[in-house]
Design a protein around this ligand. Structure first.
Ligand code: SF4
Length: 347
């Protein structure tokens, strides 16, 4: 009896990885999924916090994908190790602070370590030649295979026919004729294949799942590094960049202004770490002050807090300020007029 081969599929939660895993399963391979948690994932966090995202399903798409496939999913926390990928990408960034090529190399490398440790035979990804401008180009796909150390144990079932045969194809573990030759940005072939497999509901594809591809998010991350004079972050930093309106009125501090109840509640968890304020005479946001602030900064921040409250047109608004030691102070301020808030303050 021939030995059943085992593969680990990188599961992002998007359609391509779902299909790639399914194509390999069709050929009798035992497949398990692996999902890497970088801290920059969009779903499940902001969708749970923000009202406008209520229509989005509050689910972990990777888990949901694995469930649809009926496979085991390993979720691996790579937050710390991943920092070096984001901070020092050897191959640079994409159009925002997305280090896609280094990211892909890193994830496939982690998967390679995983298969070695767990006695699996090869790695499967949902990559398609020409689909993404940085990591899925004809010239960068071999780089991922080589620099990750996965070499010919990396199979891309959706575009395998456009690439040299991999070890599983050469060894007959996979029939190359039953793999695909997709290429380019069109999603039509994937949608057709999804229909063929009976997948009608699937997560929106690649790109939208990572905050690093988001322009505004990248501006905020660059500002964070710039204000600290070094490129570093921790998980709380990158979580907070996902919520609130961020304004930097002075180089020494910025404000994070809750935009709605859900964000205010989320930000409450950070009150001990930041000087914070909120209006008490009117309904309004919780505001966190990030940086070192003097009395003039506190007054400006209180006036901005008043500006973003229901009392924006009032003569006076009472704002309560709490410092990091838990000492509070009540401030009577005039809301800052809108025309005194330059666009450059908004990150
Ligand atoms: S979009 Fe984000 S997760 Fe995806 S390859 Fe690029 S950096 Fe990595």
């Amino acid at each position: 009896m021939t030995k059943q081969r085992k593969a680990v599929a990188l599961i992002s939660g998007g359609l391509d990885s779902l299909l790639a895993a399914r194509v390999v399963m069709e050929q009798g391979v035992h497949v398990e999924g692996i999902n890497f948690f970088t801290g920059f994932c969009v779903e499940g966090h902001t969708h749970a916090i923000r009202k406008k995202d209520r229509a989005h399903p509050k689910r972990n798409n990777a888990l949901w994908t694995a469930e649809r496939l009926g496979i085991k999913l390993h979720i691996v926390d790579i937050i710390d190790e991943y920092k070096d990928v984001v901070i020092n990408p050897k191959h640079g960034y994409g159009s925002n602070l997305n280090p896609c090529l280094d990211c892909k190399i890193f994830m496939v490398h982690k998967a390679r370590e995983w298969i070695d440790a767990n006695g699996f035979d090869f790695i499967v990804t949902g990559e398609v030649i020409g689909q993404r401008p940085m990591s899925q180009r004809r010239d960068t796909m071999p780089v991922v295979a080589r620099d990750s150390g996965a070499t010919d144990r990396l199979v891309r079932p959706l575009c395998a026919k456009n690439l040299p045969p991999t070890l599983p194809e050469q060894e007959g573990w996979l029939d190359r004729d039953r793999l695909y030759d997709f290429s380019g940005r069109s999603r039509k072939p994937q949608m057709a294949l999804a229909r063929q497999f009976g997948f009608e509901d699937y997560a929106q594809p690649a790109g939208g799942c990572c905050f690093l591809t988001d322009k505004q998010y990248s501006v905020k991350l660059a500002d964070l590094w710039n204000s600290r004079g070094k490129r570093e972050y921790d998980l709380d930093d990158i979580m907070l960049l996902k919520v609130g309106r961020h304004l930097r009125p002075r180089p020494n501090f910025k404000l994070i202004v809750g935009r709605e109840e859900g964000e205010n509640r989320f930000m409450e968890g950070y009150r001990k770490r930041f000087v914070h304020m909120f209006p008490t005479s009117h309904t309004g946001p919780l505001v966190l002050l990030d940086g070192e602030t003097g009395p003039a900064d506190i007054e400006l921040a209180a006036r901005l807090t008043a500006r973003f409250s229901q009392g924006r047109d009032a003569q006076q608004v009472t704002v309560e300020m709490h410092d990091r030691e838990g000492v509070s102070q009540s401030l009577e301020v005039t809301p800052l007029p809108g025309d005194q808030i330059p666009d450059e303050w908004y990150l």
